[in-house]
Design a protein around this ligand. Structure first.
Ligand code: MN
Ligand code: MN
Length: 313
């Protein structure tokens, strides 16, 4: 029997130590097929801080999650050995020092053939994670949900920040650029051509307003066809979803994706060769209801449910 989330009938859901999905907390990826990992870093944030508290709050809200996906039939704990690997001990005074700490942590996870499911943290963390992923798999495809393209050349003169990770990833050849899809982009920009740089690299940009009121299932079918079995990273910034549903975040933008659209995106990744996922930018100090963290916890479960090797009953 593989690790199972602790049942609400074995211990009340509000009781016990808060691990992701009430799974065992372990200190090594050895023997795991997938692991939830927290990266409590928010020193790359440009506006409202607080994402450092994201992993802890996502774990707290995840206590309500049950092991079986009623919509898709996915039963991830039947075939995958999953645990909570705790948090990466970043250096909260230094981005420069934190990035290699994160990369080395993920290299160790990947060396054990364990797929990381990351709880952010701000979006800066996607860069050191992608460095570890690409070191194993080469340049990867990516499904990137976000209000922002995160391809700034610099922010306040800094090349490492939460708005620059995918510019650096392109420069470092971590991405298979013609297999990168950015969904949900919107908001005001510095120039009308802000989204042209990613397009010039070969990314496909799907702005939020082009998919308002629409199912994203057909879009995801096209994305699956395009990416095929190329190893694929899923990076999900919670601000891709409308602030009506996910206002507890650092840089909210109006007119975003709905929660059902977010579910269609993640469920539409089933069949891809997903080699890592993240859910970033949940900021509990701005999430007074806890709904944003609750949403984040559910989306991480949905990511687990589309990993290779998951069976559907
Ligand atoms: Mn982002
Ligand atoms: Mn964003």
């Amino acid at each position: 029997m593989k690790n199972q989330p602790l049942s609400g009938n074995a211990m009340p859901r509000f009781g016990g130590i808060a691990s992701m999905m009430r799974l065992p907390v372990v200190h090594s990826a050895r023997g795991l097929d997938a692991a939830f990992i927290g990266v409590p870093l928010d020193i790359g944030t440009s506006h409202r801080p607080g994402a450092r508290f994201g992993p802890r709050q996502i774990r707290a809200e995840s206590c309500l999650l049950r092991p079986y996906n009623m919509a898709t039939g996915a039963a991830p704990f039947d075939t995958l050995q999953v645990a909570d690997l705790g948090d990466v001990p970043i250096n909260t005074y230094s981005l420069d020092k934190s990035l290699p700490i994160i990369t080395e942590f993920y290299e160790e996870v990947l060396a054990n053939d364990c797929t990381p499911l990351t709880m952010g943290g701000d979006h800066t963390i996607a860069l050191p994670i992608l460095r570890a992923i690409a070191a194993k798999y080469g340049p990867v495809a990516m499904v990137h949900v976000d209000a922002h393209a995160d391809v700034n050349d610099d922010m306040f003169g800094e090349r490492i920040a939460h708005g620059t990770p995918f510019r650096r990833a392109v420069e470092e050849n971590l991405l298979s650029c013609h297999k990168v899809f950015q969904i949900g982009l919107r908001g005001t920009g510095y120039a009308s051509d802000d989204f042209d740089w990613p397009r010039a690299q070969g990314f496909t940009v799907i702005p939020a307003h082009e998919v308002w009121y629409q199912s994203l299932a057909p879009t995801m079918a096209r994305i699956r066809e395009s990416i095929g079995q190329t190893p694929c990273y899923l990076s999900f910034d919670i601000d891709g979803i409308d602030p009506a549903y996910a206002g507890g975040t650092g840089t909210p933008e109006i007119g975003g994706l709905s929660v059902p659209q977010a579910l269609e995106i993640i469920r539409g990744c089933f069949g891809l060769n997903i080699v890592g996922c993240d859910l970033v930018e949940v900021s509990p100090p701005y999430d007074l209801s806890g709904n944003t963290a609750l949403l984040g916890a559910n989306l991480l479960f949905e990511m687990l449910c589309v990993l290779p090797g998951v069976v559907r009953r």
